[in-house]
Write a protein that binds this ligand. Structure first.
Ligand SMILES: Nc1ncnc2c1ncn2[C@@H]1O[C@H](COP(=O)(O)OP(=O)(O)OP(=O)(O)O)[C@@H](O)[C@H]1O
Ligand code: SF4
Ligand SMILES: [Mg+2]
Length: 346
């Protein structure tokens, strides 16, 4: 007689879990370049070179998802974000939002399209007109797009303030009357007024006290669910990006060097630059912290006007070999969804 346990006859047949349907990309960027001309000459100006701030970056962000873009100061993060929103004119490449080509839009069509994409800035004080009260600041984007009556705009402003955790009573107040955290809530409310699909958050919490940072990050997460937002979050702080993002891209001197799902980047960084960035972050777990090996990068960030030949990280890379100076590494997938630009599997 068999001793195999018998499945009860009325047991549900075991069906493997269906894979979740793949999310549609909302934002698709292909080979984006932004080169700024360097001009010299007092009487007759001539272009003597270009700052290659963004030098061929491609990425896509799923609808409702968050892509974190990290890298040190000057690597081109802000320029990339601005070019996606057409606040900076790309030198080359394509940007699509929901399948529509943003890079091809001009005039009135571009102006109308802008309502679908907004930006939250690092320093809300610098981006909010100090002579405008909250009512005016929040109504302005709607006015520019000719949306609603005065009453309707006010009603939407009050609703939006509520969504970001500010009371209606602040409507008559001016930006300087707010704390840093409240001001960033205001900046977020302003970006939300047009109910955009995409928000580019450029260093959204780096000007805030550490105690306030988590509140603002949590708010961004809540709003994402409530308003169905897609985020591109730019930060030099890896902790901010880790907290918010499901996908992370690491940028160095105008190019992506690594991209993967958030956990994979932090648990298994493959590019020497990512390894170095992560090795500088103290670990909360004391055992891991005790064995943390710091990778110190030699030298300074080279100029984006004259990036090194071959792999542009080679002047600072502890693993660089001769080939790195001669051949630019391919942007290749080393594991499912994990892309790296390095000649070696480190
Ligand atoms: N309008 C401009 N004209 C010329 N060069 C520019 C301009 N804007 C940015 N740059 C240069 O492009 C490069 C990338 O700058 P960007 O501000 O995009 O970097 P970032 O990664 O956002 O840096 P940070 O972390 O300091 O904000 C830098 O070398 C910068 O000096
Ligand atoms: S290609 Fe060479 S220089 Fe570039 S990251 Fe890899 S090992 Fe370092
Ligand atoms: Mg910046």
């Amino acid at each position: 007689m068999s001793t195999e346990p018998q499945a009860p006859e009325d047991a549900e047949p075991q069906v493997p879990d269906e894979p979740a349907p793949a999310a549609e990309p909302l934002l698709e960027v292909e080979d984006l370049e932004v080169h700024f001309p360097i001009r010299r000459g007092i009487v007759v100006e001539r272009v003597v070179g270009h700052v290659r701030a963004v030098d061929g970056v491609g990425l896509s962000v799923d609808a409702g998802g968050t892509y974190g873009l990290v890298g040190e100061s000057g690597c081109g993060k802000t320029t990339f974000g601005r070019a996606v929103l057409r606040l900076e004119e790309p030198t080359a490449g394509r940007v699509r939002l929901g399948g529509d080509e943003v890079t091809a839009l001009k005039g009135e069509r571009l102006r109308r399209f802008r309502s679908r994409m907004q930006m939250v800035f690092q320093d809300p004080l610098g981006s909010l007109n100090p002579r405008h009260n909250v009512d005016m600041l929040l109504a302005e984007p709607l006015k520019v797009h000719g949306i609603g009556s005065k009453e309707e705009r006010r009603k939407l402003a009050v609703e939006t303030l509520d969504a970001v955790g500010l009371p209606k009573s602040v409507m008559e107040r001016y930006p300087h009357e707010f704390s840093g955290g409240q001001r960033q809530r205001l900046g977020i409310a302003r970006a939300l007024m047009l109910r955009p699909d995409l928000i580019v958050c450029d260093e959204p919490v780096s000007a805030l006290d550490v105690s306030i940072q988590a509140q603002v990050m949590n708010l961004l997460e809540e709003l994402q669910g409530e308003f169905g937002l897609t985020y591109l979050v730019i930060a030099h702080d890896l902790a901010v990006v880790r907290h918010l993002s499901d996908r992370v891209g690491v940028m160095y001197l105008g190019k992506l060097v690594e991209e993967a799902d958030s956990e994979a980047i932090y648990e298994n960084p493959r590019h020497p630059y990512t390894k170095a960035l992560l090795s500088a972050v103290p670990q909360p777990n004391p055992e891991i912290e005790a064995t943390r090996e710091r990778i110190i990068l030699k030298g300074d960030l080279p100029s984006p006007a004259n990036p090194p030949s071959g792999c542009r990280f080679r002047t600072r890379c502890p693993w660089a070999e001769d080939v790195c100076a001669e051949v630019e590494p391919e942007w290749r997938e080393t594991a499912a969804g994990h892309k790296v630009a390095c000649h070696f599997d480190l």
